[in-house]
Ligand binder design. Structure first.
Ligand code: X2X
Length: 350
């Protein structure tokens, strides 16, 4: 009996000591990188995560959100490196910005692969999503939840885009990720890559004609109607966000705190994703808002979209190889399954 008490005491002492040691190692501030500003649901999702974590750890984990790309020097496509190196402890970021480091993330930028939210959810919540998480982990970051920027629609100051030819020679700002250059070249446009912050200045001065970004995610919060009259809904790619923790930082947290962080991430990203879909899913509120602000909005039909899809097919085929043919095939199957009519259970015999 005495011996057991002794062992238990030693174990408790060791555990207590470990907890105290790890708490003492906690940093006074953890940094979270966000490419956009605080008026977006994207920015607010990051803040929500930070608030939940601060509250639930009694202030022990204090996350400060750095908006508008304040943490990266240079290109926004470097954001993943910040996480890998532990310069940023967390990021709520776009798969596009990280796709130059983690090639599997280009999956979401394959033109016209994912037609609707159902298809996207099937990909994220199924085996493909798990493989994406694994690819991130191998590159140095732990994925904690899926958020959303949204379907990237195209806006410009020159003309309504209704058919591929309307893109001819149009100078379109894209993110510095090569698949976007390929896609817009295939469509006959003249793509230029730049950071989001620089793009805003370029729209104002009119040095570029157009851009592509989600409606509730970016177009509305940044009031892009002040620079672009035309907007075309073509759903050519969707841009998921992922909440990431640096592997370097993650391993310094004790188990209990890791659990708190995981839960808070799932709650914050679920909230953020729902915000991103507001006014778009089963509603025309966001289109109405664009029109109310003077935009000329075109919503392409499925047949009209086919013409754009045909023109970008070579880009799809080239990048499917880069991404990994089997991952792309698994995603295509998830999309097809999500479109199949749900099987009704056979009626019970009386
Ligand atoms: O730069 C963009 O277009 C943005 C804000 O959507 C991303 O970070 C991918």
């Amino acid at each position: 009996m005495r011996r057991w008490v002794g062992i238990v005491t030693v174990v408790l002492f060791a555990l207590g000591g470990a907890a105290a040691a790890s708490a003492a190692n906690y940093k006074p501030e953890y940094k979270m990188s966000i490419v956009v500003g605080p008026t977006t649901a994207w920015g607010q999702g990051g803040q929500k995560f930070a608030d939940l974590v601060r509250e639930r750890t009694g202030g022990k984990i204090n996350i400060k959100v750095y908006y508008s790309g304040q943490l990266y020097a240079g290109k926004q496509t470097n954001e993943f490196m910040l996480i890998k190196q532990g310069v940023a402890d967390f990021a709520l970021g776009s798969t596009i910005n990280w796709s130059t480091t983690v090639k599997e993330l280009n999956l979401f930028s394959l033109p016209f692969l994912i037609p609707d939210y159902k298809a996207l959810d099937a990909i994220e919540d199924g085996p493909v999503g798990k493989r994406i998480y694994r690819a991130l982990e191998e590159k140095g970051a732990l994925a904690l939840g899926w958020g959303e920027n949204g379907f990237r629609e195209i806006t410009n100051s020159k003309r309504a885009i209704k058919k591929p030819e309307d893109l001819d020679g149009l100078k379109v700002r894209v993110v510095g990720s090569p698949i976007f250059i390929d896609t817009f070249k295939a469509l006959g446009a003249n793509p230029v890559s730049m950071n989001w912050g620089e793009a805003l200045t370029a729209f104002q001065s009119g040095t570029v004609d157009g851009q592509e970004n989600p409606v509730t995610g970016i177009i509305i919060p940044y009031k892009l109607w002040t620079v672009h009259k035309y907007c075309t809904f073509w759903h050519y790619v969707i841009d998921p966000l992922i909440l990431l923790a640096s592997n370097e930082t993650w391993k310094t947290f004790d188990r209990k705190d890791q659990e708190i962080l995981r839960k808070a991430a799932l709650e914050a990203t679920a909230w953020q994703k729902a915000e991103a879909r507001k006014g778009l899913l089963g509603s025309t509120a966001s289109i109405d808002e664009l029109r109310k602000n003077g935009m000329d909005v075109t919503v392409l039909t499925a047949d009209e979209i086919k013409l754009f899809k045909a023109k970008t097919k070579p880009v799809y085929d080239k990048w499917a190889k880069e991404i990994g043919a089997d991952l792309v095939k698994a995603a295509e199957e998830a999309v097809a399954r999500s479109a199949a009519p749900e099987k009704k259970p056979a009626p019970k015999k009386k």
